[in-house]
Design a protein around this ligand. Structure first.
Ligand SMILES: *Cc1c(COP(=O)(O)O)cnc(C)c1O
Length: 374
């Protein structure tokens, strides 16, 4: 049996084991310890922000950021419809309402031209998602936010290391979040981190992530807090991953280039783009199947599994999911609907060899042609 190719798996080829053993040997395994501080400092340095606040995962990072910007019941937050569900759920966790915006046809990110019409007196802010590693078009988003006095959170969960006009994503909005889940660009197993240049915002979310306990008065809790802390073991893995972050990013880009060489000539596919203002880090190499129905795509996914290749359908758009489908008419989202039904993510782990990518690409083209001609 051939090796099974996962869509994405963690690569722990640096000092991960050494630093984790250090935590075990020293017994600093919980949410105090030197790796947490080190990881936060080094992550902030990488993203080029003043502050980074580590937490338990990307979803709690989003929840903290939203609370840090004061989002509460009756507020509205503008988010792309085409994203991973955590973006919308974090808004709902605040008791607020996500207001969805359709996607751009080429980058698949939120279309900035469609934001302004969604603003109401209840709108508090915007979450811009850098989907599959390509940055959202931040300048027009920041301009709209300025004009209406809104905050902007970058959801950079899938885009660690991506750049917008030469700036690292995560340093452009009023705050940003990253996920460190096992399949993301770098990982701590589970984990998340918030970045910002705003010192007061940082204090608010540090308070919230640690049970709301006053840093100057033990067991005095001025607010209802959460336990959203990262452990020292997670941070130890994160420190080791950060030492090799350039390598992790370069692998994603190398893989995308190999796939493009193999698949570009196939007229039945739409390749991922890289705008001239963007550095795409290609979290998951993703293509659109132009002439295939959703059922045919799902059949392709099954056939590829039998060849040892895991692929994934794109996310369902948020406006179509049961908790959110009553909010806005489905017809407002023609682009998200199409992308969602035509999109597929290919194996993108950093350790894939050129031979493996040839094998995957050849199998992919063959299965596509079989499905199209049946
Ligand atoms: C992965 C992801 C998250 C959530 O991160 P977790 O660490 O899994 O909680 C949020 N937004 C996007 C776009 C993601 O891909």
């Amino acid at each position: 049996m051939e090796k099974f190719h996962n869509v994405a798996q963690p690569i722990l080829n640096g000092n991960e084991k050494k630093y984790v053993m250090d935590c075990l040997d020293s017994t600093w395994i919980s949410s105090n310890g030197s790796y947490i501080h080190k990881f936060e400092q080094e992550f902030a340095q990488f993203v080029q922000t003043k502050h980074a606040i580590a937490c338990s995962n990307g979803t709690t990072a989003l929840h903290l950021a939203l609370m840090g910007h004061g989002v509460t019941v009756h507020d509205e937050v503008i988010v792309p419809s085409f994203t991973f569900v955590a973006t919308a759920n974090a808004v709902a966790h605040c008791g607020a309402t996500p207001v969805f915006v359709d996607a751009e046809p080429d980058t698949w990110n939120m279309n900035p031209l469609l934001i302004e019409e969604k603003i109401t007196p209840r709108t508090k802010g915007i979450i811009a998602v850098h989907l599959y590693g390509h940055p959202a078009d931040m300048d027009p988003i920041m301009e709209i936010a300025d004009k209406y006095g809104l905050f902007v959170i970058e959801d950079a969960a899938e885009a660690t290391g991506a750049e917008y006009k030469g700036k690292k994503v995560g340093s452009i909005g009023h705050s940003a979040i990253f996920s460190l889940f096992g399949n993301k660009i770098i990982t701590t197993g589970e984990g998340g981190i918030v970045t910002t240049n705003d010192g007061e915002f940082t204090q608010r979310i540090r308070l919230l992530k640690g049970q709301g306990m006053d840093p100057d008065r033990r067991y005095w809790h001025p607010v209802i807090g959460y336990n959203y802390r990262m452990t020292n073991i997670q941070a130890a893995i994160g420190c080791a991953q950060l030492e090799n972050i350039q390598w992790h990013i370069e692998q994603r880009i190398r893989i995308a280039e190999l796939y493009k060489d193999q698949l570009q000539s196939c007229s039945a596919l739409t390749m991922p783009v890289q705008k001239d203002w963007a550095k795409n880090v290609y979290w998951l190499f993703s293509v659109l199947l132009n002439d295939v129905t959703e059922a045919q795509r799902d059949e392709m996914i099954e056939r590829l599994v039998r060849l040892g290749i895991e692929t994934r359908p794109f996310f369902h758009p948020m406006h179509a999911l049961p908790p959110y489908q009553h909010l806005q008419p489905q017809s407002e989202f023609p682009v998200a609907n199409r992308i969602s039904s035509q999109g597929i993510n290919l194996p993108s782990s950093g350790n894939l060899t050129a031979e493996e990518i040839h094998f995957i690409s050849d199998s992919f083209k063959k299965v596509l042609s079989d499905v199209l001609h049946n």
